[in-house]
Design a protein around this ligand. Structure first.
Ligand code: 13P
Ligand code: SF4
Length: 354
């Protein structure tokens, strides 16, 4: 438990023994008990950049989910080892696009005669295989903090975008930030023949959105927004772009986890905020800003942690750090060379976005 002084001391001692050999990254959705040992915290974009900027660390311990550890492995050198403290920390959204399904979708686009006009843009929340597919077909990766810039870039390269795997981030960015209409978007369902779309529908679309979503952010509804506005007059509603379109459309502010933190840092004393993102982060921010007189509540009435983010707890972190300190490399995440080469191409296109 977070208050277990024995575990806290063991984590501290193992980290001290490892010294500069280890660098611990923590995503904003991680538990407090884990975040206290992170050398750096951030959103997916910041953590990808920070992992790449630590060539002296032999071990990168990634407190986050599997696709983030894969991305860190792709962006670091071959002799650096990336460790995920619990291998079961996946992401249900990333799992919604498999390599086979995506290859099949490309055949569908080819048969409709549009593959040459399509640029794939894949959300960071995807497997290394999907990132490799993206790199191979001239596309880029994006995160929730640079999705607009990624789409701007993609529409300079081609006329259409295949957006993987989060339909909400794709739709919200297209409609809210790029001035497209909902009619410019179609949803490709990998469980239906031809994605459930006719060739004419595919030809007419500008944004082909993969039918994936985040189950955590999917729980916020228009009712959650209306309820909180009634409950707390004058409240500012701030949500993550993984939320459904009607939630984003009804919110006052929309942005990545890093954006959410910056917005609350800049908020005046006495302001009230309802936040639509993962609960570990919202609780941490509520506690941090309460002394400054900022009232911060969770957007929904029922709690929602990301269960896979939460798999990384203090016992797993202690186990990983102590194993490394004893010279045992555990839970290494290693992407194979061919996948890595193409995935890196796509990730580097993202890092080079203006
Ligand atoms: P960001 O940290 O990029 O906002 O992403 C949120 C998320 O859901 C990560 O899984
Ligand atoms: Fe995946 Fe959603 Fe959890 Fe992020 S919050 S890791 S998108 S399931």
């Amino acid at each position: 438990s977070p208050s277990d002084p024995d575990l806290v001391e063991r984590a501290r001692a193992a980290k001290e023994k490892l010294g500069d050999k280890v660098f611990v990254l923590g995503h904003h959705y991680q538990r407090d008990e884990v975040i206290q040992f992170a050398d750096v915290t951030g959103d997916s974009f910041k953590l990808a950049r920070d992992a790449a900027a630590r060539p002296e660390a032999e071990y990168i311990v990634f407190c986050g989910v599997h696709f983030m550890a894969e991305s860190a492995d792709i962006l670091t050198s071959d002799d650096q080892k990336v460790v995920l403290p619990d291998l079961a920390a996946g992401c249900s959204m990333a799992d919604m696009a498999t390599a086979e399904q995506v290859a099949e979708s490309w055949d569908v686009l080819t048969e409709a005669g549009i593959a040459e006009q399509v640029v794939p843009v894949s959300y960071m929340n995807s497997s290394a295989d999907i990132k490799a597919f993206t790199g191979k077909h001239g596309g880029t990766i994006c995160t929730s903090s640079n999705a607009k810039r990624a789409l701007d870039w993609a529409f300079e390269q081609g006329e259409k975008v295949l957006f993987l795997p989060d339909q909400h981030l794709g739709r919200n960015t297209a409609v809210r930030d790029m001035g497209m209409s909902l009619d410019d978007c179609v949803v490709y369902n990998p469980h239906k023949p031809n994605g459930g779309l006719t060739a004419d529908e595919l030809r007419a679309a500008k944004m082909i959105l993969w039918r994936g979503h985040c189950s955590v952010h999917g729980r916020f509804s228009l009712d959650s927004v209306n309820d909180v506005r009634e409950r707390i007059p004058g409240v500012n509603v701030l949500v993550h772009p993984e939320c459904r379109h009607e939630v984003v459309a009804a919110a006052d502010y929309v942005g990545s986890t890093e954006y959410i933190i910056k917005a609350l840092e800049a908020a005046p004393a006495g302001s009230k905020w309802a936040i639509g993102t993962e609960l570990n982060l919202v609780r941490r921010l509520a506690n941090r800003f309460a002394p400054e007189g900022k009232e911060i509540v969770f957007l929904d009435k029922t709690v929602c942690f990301c269960s896979t983010m939460n798999r990384i707890d203090l016992p797993h972190l202690v186990w990983a750090l102590e194993s490394l300190a004893e010279g045992n490399l555990v839970n290494r995440i290693e992407v194979d060379k061919e996948t890595e080469a193409f995935a890196k191409l796509a990730l580097e296109r993202m890092l080079a976005l203006p």
